[in-house]
Design a protein around this ligand. Sequence first.
Ligand SMILES: [Zn+2]
Length: 239
Amino acid sequence: MDKKIIILAGAITVFAAVIIYNLYSIVSVKQTVVENNLPSKVKDIVTNQISPGQKNPPAPAPVFSAPLEKAGERVTKKIFGQYITPQNSPVRPEKFRGYHTGTDFEIFPEELNTDVPVRSVCDGKIALKKTATGYGGLLVQNCGLDGQLASPELGDGPISVIYGHLKLTSITKKAGDALPLGEKIGILGKAFSSETSGERKHLHLGIHKGSSVNILGYIQNQSELSGWINPCSLDAVCQ
Ligand SMILES: [Zn+2]
């Protein structure tokens, strides 16, 4: 009789343990589900990642930004470093040959006859503003003159940024003027006019290492590309 009681008590203990374990599992899963559906700030507090009074650390100030709205969607033809010939070019007819030193941002079809604002991609000042063969309206900006762009990609800075195919008369600022990050520079030049040097309406954005002005849109030796920076390698420029 005693033996039966012991066995019965053992069985009850095991049964109770199984029930408790299962209840605990259900509670844990429920908690996880609840946590996963909370807004991130509340979730951080619930999961003890931050205390309720603690603020998120401040995000670093952006150094670069996109030259056009929806910039990333516009890079559909010539990319940085691409070797272009009249035979293989995505643009016809093509008059250039060489390694493309910049990134081309295309217009959307509905923008052919509307103003397309172009914005500064970094904080700097205007080094040059003129009409140039191959570009039409051209603006060159120096950025990082005080070394604030220093990074592994850029060396110790500074850089010169080329904005090609702009409507020059839409640019109110002049050489020497400050050009802050994200400021509207002007608008794209009219397609196949002197404002674009006879090219389609688009933005050529080139970034050359150093503060000296180099406006070559194509180079003949691939090794010289090392003097240039792929604009789309910089945060936010092609987003
Ligand atoms: Zn180009």
